[in-house]
Design a protein around this ligand. Sequence first.
Ligand code: NAD
Length: 455
Amino acid sequence: MKITIVGTGYVGLVTGACLAEVGHDVFCLDVDQRKIDILNGGGIPIHEPGLDVVVARNVAAGRLRFSTDVAASVAHGDVQFIAVGTPPDEDGSADLKYVVAAARNIGKHMTSFKVIVDKSTVPVGTADRVSAAIAEELKARHSDLDYAVTSNPEFLKEGAAVVDFMKPDRLVIGHANDAQGQRAQQVMREVYASFEAAGHKIYWMDVRSAEFTKYAANAMLATRISFMNELANLADKVGVDIDAVRQGIGSDPRIGPGFLMAGCGYGGSCFPKDVQALVRTSQEYGHELKILQAVEDVNENQKHVLGSKIFAKYGKDLHGLKFALWGLAFKPDTDDMRAASSRVLIQELLHAGADIVAFDPVAIEEAQRVLALDFADAPELLKQISFAADPQAALPEADALVIVTEWKTFRTADLNQVKASLKHAVIFDGRNLYDPRSVKSLGIEYHAIGRAVLT
Ligand code: NAD
């Protein structure tokens, strides 16, 4: 099938590459010339394991191309996936300007029936807005072409995006029940025919329910994390090991083991903005989502948990202290720094006068770009942070090691070597990577999340 992907970011590029991988003829559009140049030069603008191989294979096979040419992109695909960003607006609602712009472009240039697929995470009712934007453009051209808008939210995880896309737990597709909607359902069935044949279930539903399903999924996952973080903070006070509790409850099949790790808060481009957007939607309808408001508040608070532990030990003035910082990205296996907990910690430490030597396996360049923006009002503070080429190189002369991202390489670090390199053997672990008893037995002072009873 001929498919166009509008927006070649994390979701769009993975969607385009994976749909080409199953045999479709894919055209990826982006307004960012830099991204398209990198892709056409054989590079990949983001860090995503395995993506380079899939992209290279499908470009070589002639099934995948990248361009900024809007008219050509609309002409190419019978199916037009919209996978542009939906960042939070100032009031927390999803900003739909990129989605609507993409829809307008389709309306302006289409010359035949199109199925438009909202792949971006968008609030309930967005398909109607996309439809209205296309209708307006068609009307301006005195055209009565048919089209159908469907919703196909994406559930991939950064860091495992290719595997998640190729082997989805489920596919959710919302379509209308009128003639165009049913035609669109047939088209979508063809798009995902090889996935269905491989046993991946498609949940067909109405468009608004599909739009809502994505928010409900992220809101549930964020709720589990904030729930455990809140309990972890109490665990520290009452003398309970939160990790034992995690195992004790996660083994109950009604609860399940996933997303119960206590830590220094969730970040990324999805959970924070999607929880906020759902809360905002509820407010628009005069309905209060009390649990999700609390989930958001708890998470904001949790991003300060490492800073609080550091201030509790050293006091509020950190001049003369140096911290080794392991992990910058919001989670492992990505260079994504959006809403990363490291950014909150770095603000706190630098403003308190500390020096930082930071290491991340892939996110240093992106961190430098993002920190320059975060510290636009106080750029001189950035002189206090430098970046190391490997984890060990961050340690010498540091008063403590602070861990913010759970990269595998940190989990398997030789703690004897860590101790030998640090000026003082102290670890603040925001991801509970180690067994507190073993760390303690090495003579290392260990501050984890919800595990004080063992340290
Ligand atoms: P991204 O910022 O990485 O990519 C968006 C791309 O769209 C950018 O490259 C931008 O230049 C491009 N763009 C903007 N306007 C355009 C236009 N009019 N025409 C063509 N290109 C345009 O964003 P992302 O992380 O891929 O997220 C995209 C959507 O998918 C969001 O709604 C997000 O919530 C959702 N989502 C993201 C993830 C994730 O893990 N990143 C997972 C599931 C869903």
